[in-house]
Design a protein around this ligand. Structure first.
Ligand SMILES: Nc1ncnc2c1ncn2[C@@H]1O[C@H](COP(=O)(O)OP(=O)(O)OP(=O)(O)O)[C@@H](O)[C@H]1O
Length: 318
C-alpha cells in the first residue's frame, strides 16, 4: 500500500509536481497518465527515492520512506523503465539474477527462479547465456520485467515500460501482462502517455497536467464523468473506442437478444470480458455466447455496436 500526501517537487526554475495526493491499494494498478512534462516520472521516482521531494509525505506499507534504509526500500520495490536498464555485458541470466545475488540467495534458488521467470514471460531458456544486444526490443522488455520481478517485490514501479515497442508488440505484451497472475498480485504504479495502455492496464488512472492531478478514478469514471474540460478534451479523440475498454459483455446484456439453446460448439466467454477483448477474438460473422442474469446471450461483432449505442444513450440520459 502506498500513501502520498501533498507531494511537491520544486526545481529552481520549475514546479514539476504540485501538491499531489493519492493512494494505491494492495494489488491495485494505478496509472499516472498525462502529456510530456506533466510530472509523471518525477512523481514515480520520488516513490523509490531516486528523486527527493521538496515537501510532502510518502508512506509505503505504513512507514514514511524517508525513515527507511534506502537499500531495503529499493528491495521491496521493483523498477521497470523504457530503456530496460539491462547491463549489456551481462548475460540475460546474469541480468535477471542481479538482485537475488545482491541479496545472497542460495545459487540453486536463483537458478530456479530465473527459469521460472523465463517460462512465465515466454522466453526460451537458450537465451540465458545470450546478451541483451542479441534480443529484440520486445524480448528485452520482458527480460527487464523479469529482472524487476526476480526478488518478488510487493510493489512495481513502471515508467513507460512498453514505450520503445511498436504498437502491435505493445498491444500483445499488454495482453500478456494482464493475464499474468504474478503481476496481478502486485501493487503497481505505471507511468504512460498512451491512453489505451492506461485504460487496458489501470484499475484507476490519475490524469496529470502541469504537475497536478486533474482527476483520479476508474477508467469508466474518467470517461463518463470527467471532472473538468481538460479531462473531457484529453479523451475526446478516442472517446468511442475507449468505451470498448470500460464496458463488459454483462453491461451490454440488457440490449441483446436471448439465446435459447447455444450450439455445442459455441465459444463461451465470461460475462466480465471487456468488449475490446471480445472484438479482438471475433473474426467475421462468428458469434460468442455468455451468461448473465440466468440468460444465455449471443453476440457478434455486428450486434455489439448497436447494443453499445443503446447503452451509451441510456448512460447519457441517466
Ligand atoms: N532536474 C530537473 N531540473 C529542472 N526541471 C526538471 C528536472 N527534471 C524534470 N524537470 C521538469 O519537470 C517537469 C516534469 O517532468 P517529468 O519528467 O516528471 O514529466 P513527465 O510527465 O514524466 O514527462 P515525460 O513523459 O516527457 O517523461 C518537466 O517540465 C521537466 O522539464
Amino acid at each position: 500500500m502506498i500513501v502520498i500526501r501533498h507531494l511537491t517537487k520544486q526545481y529552481p526554475t520549475h514546479l514539476a509536481v504540485d501538491d499531489v495526493s493519492f493512494e494505491v491499494g494492495a494489488r491495485e494498478t494505478l496509472v499516472l497518465l498525462g502529456t510530456s512534462g506533466s510530472g509523471k516520472t518525477t512523481t514515480l521516482k520520488m516513490i523509490n527515492r531516486l528523486i527527493e521531494p521538496t515537501s510532502g509525505i510518502i508512506e509505503v506499507n505504513g512507514i514514511k520512506i524517508g525513515e527507511r534504509k534506502l537499500h531495503e526500500l529499493r528491495r521491496e520495490i521493483g523498477y521497470v523503465i523504457q530503456e530496460t536498464g539491462l547491463f549489456p555485458h551481462y548475460t540475460i541470466g546474469e541480468n535477471i539474477a542481479l538482485v537475488p545475488r545482491l541479496l545472497q540467495w542460495d545459487e540453486r534458488k536463483i537458478q530456479d527462479r530465473t527459469r521460472e521467470l523465463l517460462a512465465m514471460l515466454r522466453l526460451p531458456e537458450t537465451y540465458l547465456n545470450a546478451y541483451p544486444g542479441q534480443l529484440s526490443g520486445g524480448q528485452r522488455q520482458r527480460v527487464g520485467l523479469a529482472r524487476a520481478l526476480a526478488a518478488q517485490p510487493a510493489i512495481l514501479l513502471m515508467d513507460e515500460p512498453l514505450g520503445a515497442l511498436d504498437p502491435v508488440t505493445r498491444s500483445a505484451i499488454r495482453r500478456e501482462f494482464r493475464q499474468l497472475e504474478e503481476i496481478r498480485k502486485k501493487t503497481i504504479v505505471l507511468v504512460t502517455h498512451d491512453i489505451r495502455e492506461a485504460f487496458e492496464l489501470g484499475d484507476r488512472i490519475a490524469l496529470m497536467d502541469g504537475g497536478r492531478i486533474q482527476q483520479i478514478g476508474t477508467p469508466r469514471e474518467l470517461l463518463l464523468h470527467p471532472a473538468n474540460d481538460f479531462v473531457r478534451h484529453f479523451f475526446a479523440d478516442q472517446w468511442l473506442s475507449l468505451q470498448l475498454h470500460v464496458f463488459s459483455l454483462e453491461d451490454l446484456s440488457p440490449y441483446l437478444p436471448d439465446e435459447q439453446t447455444p450450439s455445442p460448439d459455441a465459444r463461451i466467454f465470461p460475462a466480465h470480458t471487456q468488449l475490446a477483448d471480445v472484438l479482438q477474438e471475433l473474426a467475421g460473422p462468428e458469434s460468442v455466447v455468455f451468461q448473465a442474469n440466468h440468460r444465455f446471450i449471443t453476440v457478434q461483432s455486428a450486434t455489439i455496436w448497436p447494443a453499445l449505442g443503446q447503452l451509451l444513450q441510456n448512460q447519457t440520459a441517466s
